[in-house]
Design a protein around this ligand. Structure first.
Ligand SMILES: *[C@@H]1O[C@H](CO)[C@@H](O)[C@H](O)[C@H]1NC(C)=O
Ligand SMILES: *[C@@H]1O[C@H](CO)[C@@H](O)[C@H](O)[C@H]1NC(C)=O
Ligand SMILES: *[C@@H]1O[C@H](CO)[C@@H](O)[C@H](O)[C@H]1NC(C)=O
Ligand SMILES: *[C@@H]1O[C@H](CO)[C@@H](O)[C@H](O)[C@H]1NC(C)=O
Ligand SMILES: *[C@@H]1O[C@H](CO)[C@@H](O)[C@H](O)[C@H]1NC(C)=O
Length: 140
């Protein structure tokens, strides 16, 4: 067996199936954000409820920034919107996100461990919420 074959074999078996960035696209990001929307049980200003609609492009939704080249979600800022709810594991599918700000709301429960999948994530602000315990070590 040639070296390149062995390399391909290892890529196929060990790396590719775990790289969720390969098959994901903006539809994956949309599904993740709609999951987040469905976990927001109170949105007294009716912001996410009215604005995050699948009839409009994800990149035009309030609080969302997309990259122009890959057309994927790179930042989510839903700080200070008086949202009450939990953070679903689906946010771990936002594979291009580098900045996540959910601060100053009333999110509760735990931050999902799936957020550790986000290899491009550089900034996270979850302060001023009602999460159980501290920011988990997997995010540090
Ligand atoms: C995203 O990928 C799925 C299959 O993986 C495909 O059905 C869908 O049309 C794609 N969506 C976009 C917007 O490219
Ligand atoms: C959602 O909010 C953005 C930014 O404020 C705005 O440009 C867009 O028109 C809004 N979309 C809907 C459907 O309300
Ligand atoms: C937190 O959110 C409330 C309600 O939107 C706002 O009035 C307040 O200024 C925010 N505080 C900070 C520190 O951002
Ligand atoms: C996204 O994440 C959730 C939960 O972590 C998972 O169930 C789902 O299948 C993932 N993939 C897509 C494409 O939504
Ligand atoms: C935050 O959690 C504490 C303890 O569970 C609870 O007593 C308090 O009412 C919660 N605050 C809000 C604003 O939901």
């Amino acid at each position: 067996m040639g070296k390149s074959f062995i390399l391909l074999f290892f890529l196929a078996i060990f790396i590719l199936p775990h790289d969720n960035t390969l098959l994901a696209n903006i539809s994956t990001d949309e599904a993740a954000l709609l999951a987040l929307k469905s976990h927001i049980s109170s949105d007294i200003n009716n912001i996410i409820a009215s604005n995050w609609s699948s009839s409009t492009p994800v990149c035009s939704w309030i609080g969302i920034t997309c990259s122009s080249c890959h057309h994927r979600v790179t930042a989510l800022d839903i700080s200070s919107l008086q949202l009450y709810g939990t953070i679903p594991p689906h946010l771990g599918n936002l594979s291009f996100i580098s900045s996540l700000d959910i601060s100053n709301n009333t999110f509760h429960g735990d931050l999902p461990v799936e957020l550790a999948h986000l290899q491009r994530l550089k900034f996270i602000n979850a302060k001023n919420n009602n999460f159980t315990g501290a920011i988990p070590s997997f995010l540090s």
